[in-house]
Design a protein around this ligand. Sequence first.
Ligand code: BV8
Length: 240
Amino acid sequence: MSGDVEQVAGWVRDARQIALLSGAGMSAESGVPTFRDAQTGLWAKFRPEELATEDAFRANPQMVWDWYAVRREMIAKVEPNAGHLAVAAFQRRHPNRLTVVTQNVDGLHQRAGSPGVLALHGNIAQDKWLDAPGDCCTHMEPVAGRPPRCAKCGNMRRPAVVWFGEMLPARELQAAEEAARRCDLMLVVGTSGAVYPAAGLARIARGKVVVVNPHASELDDAADVVLRGTAAALLPQLLE
Ligand code: BV8
């Protein structure tokens, strides 16, 4: 175990409250492509503005719906990795000492058994109505390859994720800010730190901040220690 990893493992042992902020890199070793890793990132083929926005969905519902369908199918086939499992095991051994705040919409922390996950950007496996549902929106007319819609008023279903320009769920964001402000230690795992307000949590953390990332990130400057390694390799060592 390297000196820095040993030091952070000690901080974990001593911390009363830990907040873990995860991003797409947390799920990379499960086989879920990240957004911004150049050679594999989802955005490498698409730009967020083109797809992860309400305007894009209204302008081209089929393209956006298809993009999410491909991602849903891929995520349904993967499993939580050793990083997710180490977090959930730690939470079982030490109830109410570690809060998971995730930007990920893949549900892998939840499937690994982590309780009380604060999912800031929603869940890709769920849908919701695009417009406020009327009394007529009780049944959906499936249309091959297109978003299901209400047969009466045409209201479409959309992925229940937070798109760019949309507010984050207030309860989860408030709880995440509280977790950041009360923690003795924040582990920032697998995020480029490019997206706000989630990335801002690493800058309001009361305690020590540790970045776990094999590459440089926009949150390195906020860290007391940067561990250049992957989630699945390092978290089992840190959360023994
Ligand atoms: C809002 C859901 C307010 C959908 C997503 C200028 C400055 C600051 C902010 C803004 C700005 N202009 C606009 C904004 C606001 C905007 C924003 O932050 N834009 C950015 C691009 C500049 N934010 C918003 O719009 C948010 N809403 O601000 O509302 C508002 C105010 C008034 C009125 C209305 C609204 C909403 C943001 C949420 C967007 N939705 N996802 C979907 O998934 O399709 S964001 C998307 O990016 C994902 O959720 C993802 O999690 C998130 C962040 O990316 P990362 O998770 O960090 O992933 P990334 O690929 O970037 O990085 C992966 C990292 O892992 C890398 O560093 C890599 O090195 C590392 N890694 C790789 N392998 C491993 C690893 N690490 C560990 N182990 C490994 N094995």
